[in-house]
Structure formats: structure tokens, C-alpha cells
Write a protein that binds this ligand. Structure first.
Ligand code: NAD
Length: 416
């Protein structure tokens, strides 16, 4: 089976476990395991050397029962339709868990942005937007940044859409620059959500973040901001790694100094007053909280046995393999799944969309307060479901999500 085929299969595996417990009827089961719409487009652009090159782009609207499709656009040489479909399905469940009125979508273009100039990236973004223009819009499908796409790309996307419809339509994408309809607090939202979920999980297990010990794999947007905010809550961040290396200090890393060091050196490695550490050593630390916030498939059947943390908060998407997750749960480690733990990002994207549609912008304090309410509600609903069915938090999150989408599917009935 090709690698990309297994991405959608992994999604289906997680879906099936929860759908069985829900005793989901076969008709709804079929609907929820098929993508609503898959769009494939060819995007020709003129390269800087004058030659024309055609790039393949995808946009998948996996399910739009609860509202417009929502999900990022990825620029990467390894993009495949099956991977984009799986990611769009995960967005469906994440939005349903977070109780934001969106369906799930995802997009991607097969390209290597590291070999492209800014002008070429702009041309590709504009052509891709034009090619999928009939399918997108504030009421239809609202993209966002993902791997290798950023606020500038969202600005070009929004401008192209606006030129086609003849008016400025800020709500067609989220993750925009704040100056043109982006939301305050969006940049920090995923890390803030991770902190809130870690705090709630700790309380559930009978301790407070204040005075607890934390190790973070990945020190980018999610990992560094999650660590900064947990530190602000009184937690001791004892270790952090990134793609270049890692740092460890059992007494606690000086967070303001580490953040400044990482900003200057583009890595945590070499931070004064710390010892070097590898990912595997970080996973094996005797800490209260472990936050994988780098890549997928990091906690595996091979290394899970070394984990001593009381809880694993999945900041990254898919950091724990199914086998490892099963083993961790079996020996009592509290694993909070990605579709709940990193839902702070999409929740604040929802706030951005709401603000754009109202034309009225909230203070950062207001954004953060609303995020707090949504994340705590989502955590409580999943925990309650886990207790009710005596299942792990991942299965519980799927049960909550599938049940919400299935209920509305049934209410809306079958149009034929
Ligand atoms: P990022 O690019 O800002 O940061 C990624 C970090 O991981 C970097 O510090 C990088 O050095 C590190 N890393 C890469 N390879 C590593 C390795 N082998 N070992 C240790 N560290 C390594 O990305 P991000 O936005 O922080 O996203 C991280 C994860 O969170 C991804 O899985 C992403 O899909 C997920 N996520 C992000 C958001 C968001 O709003 N940014 C929302 C939901 C989920």
C-alpha cells in the first residue's frame, strides 16, 4: 500500500473504533467515510526563467454538514490526494470536537516552495485560487495556512478571490495578517490551547501545572508558545528539542532567555546553562507532562515503553502511532489526542471568520477569554464521554465528533 494510502486508512481505523461504540448505522457510516468533494486542478505558471510549468493542486471538502469546509493549504513535494483527503477528514472531526460551525477541508499543491521565488509563489497561489474559485467563499470553504504557507500567501489568496467577486472578502481565508482582517491572538492560539488542555488534564489527574515538570518536543509555533504559556502558569520546562538538537536542565530552563536564544539562533541547541538532549532522551525523562509538538509518528511502539510522563498532550498532528497509543493507554498514561489538544488554532480561526463577517474586531483579551471557554468545554465533553464509555481520550474525542456530525446528518435528512 502506498504511504499516502495508509494515511486515509489510519483515519478510518480511528473512525471505526468510535463508530462501533456509537453503534453508528451503516448508511451514516458510509456518508462519513466518503469525501463530499475532491477537486483536482492544474495550475500553469511562468517560472522566472521564462518557462511554463504546470503544478497539480487539490482541494478536498471532506464533510460540510456543520458549515463551510475549513482547513489549511499545504505546499510540499509530497502532497497526495489521499493525504489531503485524510487531513480534510481530521479537520471535520477537529471542528466538531471544538464545536465550531465548520466542516472539514484541506488543500495542497505538489511543489517545492524552497526552490521558488516570491514572485513564483505569488503566481502559483493566485492561479490555484482562481482554479478553485467556484468552490470557495466565506459560506462555502475557508482555507488557512498549513505546511509551507503563511499569512502572506493567505493575503494573495484573499486578494485574488476579492478581485474575482468584485469586492473585498476578508472572510474567505483565515490566518491573514492582522492589518487585513486577521485576528489578534491567532498566532498564539494553538500553543494557548495546548496550555489550557494540559492544565485541565493535570487537574483531572489530581495535580496543578504550577510546580509540575514539562518536556516539549519541537520548539516552533506550537511548542515554544505552549511552553511559554505553561511556564507562565508556574510549570517547570525542563527540556525542549528541535530539528537541530535539544536542551535539558532538571532545575528548569530559563524560558524568557531560551525564547530569545531560539529567536536569535533559530534553534534551542547550545543554550547556555543546559545539557544537550536527544528526542529519545527527552521522551524518557521523568516528567509530569510530555508535549510532542513537532512531527507525526514520533512516539512509536519502539520508544513508548521509555515514557514516564503522567500525560501526553498532542500538540502536533498525529505524533503517536496507533500501537504506541494503545500501549500508553494500557499502562495508564493519559494521552490527549491532537483533534482536541491542538484545536485552539482552528477555534481562533473561527473567531477570525466571525470578526471578518461582523466587521468588528475583538481585543486580544476577548479572543483569549473566548478560546479559554471553548477549550474547557471541549475538554469536559470529551472527558465525560471517556468516562461514560470507559474508553481512552482519543476514542472519546472521535465519539463526540462523529456523534455531532451524524446527528445533524440525520436531522437534515437525505436530499435526493
Ligand atoms: P513549526 O514549523 O513552527 O515548528 C515545528 C518545530 O518542530 C520546529 O521547532 C522544528 O525545529 C521542530 N522539529 C522538526 N523536526 C524535528 C525533529 N526531528 N525533532 C525535534 N523537533 C523537530 O510548526 P508548528 O506550527 O509549531 O506545528 C507543529 C505541529 O503542530 C505540526 O504537526 C502541525 O501540523 C501541528 N499544528 C499546528 C497548528 C498551528 O496553528 N501552528 C495547529 C494545529 C496543529
Amino acid at each position: 500500500m502506498p504511504k499516502h494510502g495508509s494515511v486515509f486508512s489510519a483515519m478510518l481505523q480511528e473512525f471505526e473504533g468510535a463508530a462501533r461504540i456509537l453503534d453508528l448505522d451503516p448508511g451514516i457510516w458510509q456518508i462519513l467515510t466518503h469525501p463530499k468533494r475532491q477537486i483536482v486542478v492544474s495550475c500553469p505558471i511562468q517560472r522566472d526563467n521564462g518557462q511554463i510549468e504546470v503544478f497539480t493542486g487539490y482541494r478536498v471538502q471532506y464533510n460540510i454538514t456543520l458549515g463551510p469546509a475549513k482547513g489549511g493549504i499545504r505546499y510540499h513535494p509530497g502532497v497526495t490526494l489521499d493525504e489531503v483527503t485524510a487531513l480534510a477528514a481530521w479537520m471535520t472531526w477537529k471542528c466538531a470536537v471544538a464545536q465550531v460551525p465548520f466542516g472539514g477541508g484541506k488543500g495542497g499543491i505538489i511543489c517545492d516552495p524552497t526552490t521558488m521565488s516570491k514572485r513564483e509563489l505569488e503566481a502559483l497561489t493566485r492561479r490555484y485560487t482562481a482554479e478553485i474559485i467556484d468552490a470557495i467563499g466565506p459560506e462555502k470553504d475557508v482555507p488557512a495556512p498549513d505546511v509551507n504557507t503563511d499569512a502572506q500567501i493567505m493575503a494573495w489568496f484573499m486578494d485574488t478571490y476579492s478581485m474575482h467577486v468584485g469586492h473585498t472578502a476578508t472572510a474567505v481565508v483565515t490566518g491573514k495578517p492582522v492589518e487585513m482582517g486577521g485576528s489578534l491572538g491567532r498566532r498564539e492560539a494553538t500553543g494557548r490551547g495546548v496550555m489550557i488542555i494540559a492544565r485541565e488534564s493535570a487537574r483531572h489527574l489530581g495535580f496543578e501545572l504550577k510546580g509540575s515538570t514539562v518536556a516539549v518536543q519541537g520548539f516552533g509555533n506550537v511548542g515554544s508558545i505552549g511552553a511559554e504559556l505553561m511556564h507562565a502558569e508556574g510549570a517547570k520546562i525542563v527540556a525542549a528539542t528541535d530539528w537541530k538538537g535539544g536542551v535539558h536542565n532538571p532545575k528548569g530552563l530559563d524560558m524568557p532567555a531560551l525564547l530569545a536564544w531560539a529567536a536569535e539562533h533559530k534553534t534551542v541547541a547550545g543554550f547556555p546553562g543546559s545539557e544537550p538532549i536527544t528526542n529519545d532522551q527527552l521522551f524518557a525523562l521523568d516528567v509530569d507532562v510530555l508535549v510532542p509538538a513537532a512531527l507525526e509518528n514520533q512516539i512509536t511502539a519502539e520508544n513508548q515503553a521509555s515514557i514516564k510522563a503522567k500525560m501526553v498532550i498532542e500538540g502536533a498532528n498525529g505524533p503517536t502511532t496507533p500501537d504506541a497509543h494503545h500501549a500508553l493507554h494500557k499502562r495508564g498514561v493519559f494521552v490527549v489526542p491532537d483533534i482536541l489538544a491542538n484545536a485552539g488554532g482552528v477555534t481562533t480561526s473561527y473567531f477570525e471568520w466571525v470578526q471578518d463577517r461582523h466587521g468588528y474586531f475583538w481585543s486580544e483579551k476577548e479572543v483569549n477569554e473566548r478560546l479559554e471557554v471553548k477549550m474547557v468545554e471541549a475538554f469536559d465533553a470529551v472527558l465525560k464521554t471517556a468516562k461514560k464509555h470507559n474508553v481512552d481520550m482519543r476514542t472519546a474525542a472521535y465519539i463526540v465528533a462523529i456523534n455531532r456530525v451524524a446527528t445533524v446528518t440525520r436531522m437534515r435528512g437525505m436530499y435526493a
